[in-house]
Structure formats: C-alpha cells, structure tokens
Design a protein around this ligand. Structure first.
Ligand code: ZN
Length: 204
C-alpha cells in the first residue's frame, strides 16, 4: 500500500504495472480516478497490459454497472484512449519522493508527513469534499489537461475559439479560471461569502 502510493509508474508494455493500484496514468492510480468502477470490477489485480487487451477492463465491469457510473466510465474510457503501450519496453517504477527518483530512507521517513508536503496538491484535490466530477475536473486542470480552445487549436481540432462566458477572448485555461470577467465575478462572490480575501485572483 505504502509502496503503491510512493511510486510512480511509467508504462512501457504494461506487463508489470498494476491497472488499478499503481500510479501509472498521469501520475494517479485508477482506483482513485474511478472509485465506483474499481469497487465493482470483478478483477482488481490485472496488469495494465491484460486490462487493455481487448478492453478486458470493460468486461470486468459487466456486473454491477449502473447508470450513475456512466460519467465515470466515459471519463475513464477517454483517458485510456490516449494510452499507448510499447511492446518490448519495460514499465519503469520510480520512487516519487527524491529528485533522483531513487529510494532513500530519508524520503521514506518524509513520506509519513506526506499530507503536509505542499507539492502534494493532487492528493489534496482527491480528498476534497466535492462531487467526484468536480474533483476530476480540477485534477485535470492542475495537470494542464483541459481541452480549452487554445489546446484544440494547437492540435488543429475543431473549436469555438472564444470563451463561452464572455465571448470576447480566446478560451485558455488561465482565461477560464481567473482572467475572464465572469470568472472574476464568481471569485468575488465566493470571496465575499467566505470572507476569505485570499480567494481573490488578484492576490494569487
Ligand atoms: Zn471569458
């Protein structure tokens, strides 16, 4: 358990990495990304390779899947769509808490205070008291993986260019979250409601 939490896996052929338990997808493990699906999965110990073969992970969910799980399922499927395994290339496992990614006793010790390490923003997000889809959204935002118009443009994909809130500026992540006049208003209201001036984007 501690080991899975402290390591980050880069998948090669997927033969070694554990589909549900290892942090192999964007630095997170799937049981955290898709907790409801993990709960009903008939096989919780497949390797990434096994699970992705002919969408086996999906057949593992055939019992117990409900309509409420659909959004989670779609998000996971979209993420898995981007995964490419590389035959003949070993999965590599790195210790997450030293710069050289090598295990040291000191880093294992520091790990016990993980909750208070400021770089561990992701865990903070996943522990937040918020609907799962919100946590997922903020997590992808923190990773810079939101498909805003500027990202779509860069890929040459269809997009609306303008921010749908103000219809004036190119939609980028920074614009959407704090530059847009609409977002500023929302932050202003939250600041007022909570009486926490630190929530004003100007003070970030
Ligand atoms: Zn805007």
């Amino acid at each position: 358990m501690l080991f899975a939490m402290a390591t980050e896996v880069t998948v090669g052929d997927g033969q070694r990495a554990n589909f549900w338990h290892d942090r192999w997808l964007l630095g997170q493990c799937l049981k955290i990304i898709a907790p409801a699906l993990f709960k009903i999965s008939a096989r919780k110990n497949r390797t990434v390779h096994e699970a992705l073969q002919e969408e086996t992970w999906l057949s593992d969910l055939s019992r117990g899947l409900t309509d409420q799980m659909l959004p989670e399922l779609l998000r996971l499927a979209a993420l898995l769509d981007t995964v490419q395994l590389h035959d003949g290339q070993d999965d590599s496992i790195a210790w997450r808490f030293t710069e050289s990614h090598e295990y040291t006793a000191r880093s294992a010790y520091l790990l016990q205070f993980e909750g208070s390490v400021p770089t561990e923003n992701y865990n903070l997000i996943w522990r937040a008291w918020a609907p799962e889809k919100c946590r997922f959204f903020i997590w992808t935002a923190a990773l810079g993986r939101i498909l805003t118009a500027d990202v779509l443009l860069r890929h040459g994909w269809e997009n609306n260019y303008f921010c749908t809130l103000c219809e004036r500026n190119l939609e980028t992540m920074a614009h959407l979250f704090w530059d847009c006049p609409w977002s500023k208003q929302v932050w202003g209201k939250i600041t007022h409601l909570t009486n926490m001036p630190a929530l004003q984007p100007q003070s970030w």
